[in-house]
Design a protein. Sequence first.
Length: 278
Amino acid sequence: MKKLLLNILFLFAFALLSMAQGTKLLRQPTINENYVAYTYGGDVWVTNLANNETKRLTNTGAVESNPHFSPDGKTIAFSSNRSGVSAVYVVPVEGGAPRRLTWYPSTATVCGWTPDGERILYSSSRETAPRGYGRLWTVSKDGGPSTLLAEQWGADGSFSPNGKQIVIDRVSRWDGEWRNYRGGQNTSLIILNLNNWSEELIPNEKTFDIQPLWLGENIYFISDRDWISNIWRYSTKTKELSQLTKFTGADIKWLAGYGNKLVFEREGLLNLLDLATN
């Protein structure tokens, strides 16, 4: 009886400790002024930042991923393989039936929105041969034909505020968990001018530079330049690089932002960084 009581007390203490640590495995956050959305258990969830009210926006046996808020904060674009191949979907932030926007039989990975909120940016290997490679496409928020953004390789990207440039991550890594890798998959982030197709390379010495995010005059990204994946900033005006976070141990896995806020994923939890105060 005493042993049973001790086991019950142990399980109760463990449950309290787990609750105190918060829910983990929250992934791929996106943020706007009022909400943070993320994936958990293969579905998209959204939490009100003012009162922590949380809603589940999708509920399927499929894998929903890569949520991104529209610039006006009313819509979330995401990828889902519910049809058998990953395609672009949108859903209102209040909830409702998701609407499918792309129908091509090739994987489509949502990367973001155009600054005017009219089109969704996604990466796909569609119409490439003999071996597929990712390029960036856009599709209207109302659906219809997709438009190729550029012939340049593109696995991820983020538009400048005026929409005249875009920062691109060219390569989709076959092993994103290979720590301190310094091989050929590590390429410079590219700032592509959409008017004349000129390119500027963000300085890179075979480091793992991913998740580019363009806010104001700065480009934020995740890099393992100090051998741990932390957040770095590149000024498009001064061309200076600076390190914002200096975590040791676990890497930062995902980065998004809005205004003067960055949200990132680390150790299964979501963290908020105020750019005004660091």
